[in-house]
Design a protein around this ligand. Structure first.
Ligand SMILES: Cc1ncc(COP(=O)(O)O)c(C=O)c1O
Length: 460
């Protein structure tokens, strides 16, 4: 690394997010210089197939000119305006209308924010606001799931179940609780069927609600498919049983569609794939294909009525961000939705899913791969030290990171979440590109396997 090179200046000046900052000071990172379709290129010109679409988000790949044109057009006509004090602009109205029409269950209104974290943070505030409005201020506890991920603001990370994101930040906030992680492959008891596992998950949720007191439990947050937990698809009958418990104890349900929304699971919404009936839905990422930062929180009429009560009482809805409903972001999101419809993106995902999932499943023959599970264009690959006994690797072996590293060498960007390798390629990926993804992944697995064996021989 030469002095004053981009890499050296990166180390000198930038705080990288979700990064081991100490080792980054020694090794530096990879600077991505440009994108083209499902590929990105680093600043040395090396090409990578981006099998994570960035952060589960660049649904239309990295070079959709129509989105750049939509942003430019909006920048020329109205580059900024807000939605405070009853003011607004047409792109936000058009986008809100479209989302309400697209919503998987009847929704009433849309609140635009800038990120998934903010949408979930706003949902938490509205859960509390709602219960104050209906005269149940003591109903304020919030339940998430172990390894769930809903964002990094103080509240959204509290509902997330990610220990390393709360440690030493003096979080989670009080009043946030976590129920089981629904990873069937890892946590099923011997001989337990998926349906029995789901029954146990729902019983544990019920036990938590009863322990805390149903009159104090306000809401449950869940992603249709857990992304940040490792791309974990729910076991059979899981959502049906979880929703029955929420209904029984009058607990609001917030579906976090930040990853699943807009086609990822083979339907427009994860809620449709798993028949979810939430009170609020947060979405972001593929809403604008991630070309602009924007998120949306959809709320049903029940919540909206409570907001009217509070507004009459307090004089205004005391919440808002300067950049919420930014017109350029709204214009880009509108164009994104137009592209999804014109190109039938959901149909494309469905047509390509077998090549993706069956292809990954074939890798279960690899000595490192214990289990492959996914839906639509999202999948998690569980690495195992001993498949027969379902024995995981010791965490300090960092086998997931090793596979990720070897994939990157092979020109494939994947994400290791512990020892699960996550895949969420751009939704526009073709069959040929899936073949390439699979070949490169096998190369990455082989590289990691060879290195592991070399380490073993050296240690013996
Ligand atoms: C399911 C889910 N919810 C919320 C978030 C937070 O979104 P953001 O990073 O835009 O704040 C993420 C981010 O990955 C996510 O995966």
């Amino acid at each position: 690394m030469t002095a004053n090179s981009p890499q050296a200046r990166d180390i000198a000046y930038l705080v990288h997010q979700q990064t081991d900052l100490a080792s980054f000071q020694e090794t530096g990172g990879t600077l991505i210089a440009k994108g083209e379709g499902v590929y990105v290129y680093d600043d040395a010109g090396k090409k990578y197939l981006e099998a994570m679409a960035g952060l589960w988000c660049a649904s239309l790949g990295f070079s959709e000119k129509r989105l750049a044109d939509a942003a430019y057009k909006q920048l020329l006509s109205l580059p900024y305006y807000h939605t405070f004090y009853a003011k607004g602009h047409l792109p936000s109205v058009d986008l809100a209308e479209q989302l309400i029409k697209l919503a998987p269950v009847p929704m009433s209104k849309v609140l635009f924010q800038c990120s998934g974290s903010e949408a979930n943070d706003a949902a938490i505030k509205l859960v509390w606001y709602y219960h104050n409005a209906i005269g149940k201020p003591e109903k304020r506890k919030i339940i998430g799931r172990v390894r769930g991920y809903h964002g990094n603001t103080v509240a959204s990370v509290s509902v997330s179940g990610q220990p390393h994101m709360v440690a030493d930040f003096n979080l989670p906030l009080p009043g946030f609780f976590h129920t089981d992680n629904p990873n069937y492959y890892r946590f099923a008891l011997d001989g337990e069927s998926e349906a029995d596992f789901a029954t146990r998950m729902a019983a544990n949720l019920e036990e938590l609600i009863l322990r805390e007191g149903p009159e104090t439990v306000a809401a449950f947050f869940g992603e249709p498919v857990q992304g940040g937990g490792g791309a974990i698809t729910p076991p059979d009958t899981y959502w049906e049983k979880i929703q029955a418990v929420l209904k029984k104890y009058d607990v609001l349900f917030v579906a976090d569609e930040v990853i699943c929304g807009f086609g990822r699971t083979g339907n427009m919404w994860g809620c449709q794939t798993y028949d979810l009936k939430p009170d609020m839905i947060s979405c972001a990422k593929a809403l604008s294909a991630s070309y602009q930062p924007i998120s949306a929180l959809m709320i049903n009429e029940k919540i909206h009525q409570a907001m009217l009560v509070e507004s009459r009482k307090l004089g205004s809805f005391g919440h808002g961000f300067t950049y919420g409903a930014h017109p350029v972001a709204c214009a880009v999101a509108l164009e994104t939705l137009a592209i999804y419809a014109e190109r039938d993106i959901v149909g494309h995902v469905r047509s390509i899913t077998p090549a993706f999932l069956d292809g990954l499943k074939m890798l279960e023959d690899h000595p490192l791969v214990g289990n492959v599970r996914g839906v639509g264009l999202i999948a998690g690959v569980e690495l195992m030290a001993d498949k027969a006994t379902r024995t995981p690797f010791a965490p300090e072996q960092k086998i997931g990171a090793l596979v990720q590293e070897h994939c990157q060498q092979a020109g494939l960007i994947v994400r290791a979440i512990g020892d699960r390798i996550a895949f969420t390629p751009p939704l526009i990926i073709t069959t040929e590109q899936i073949d390439e993804l699979l070949a490169k992944f096998r190369q990455g697995l082989d590289g990691a396997w060879a290195e592991l064996n070399t380490q073993k021989i050296a240690a013996d």
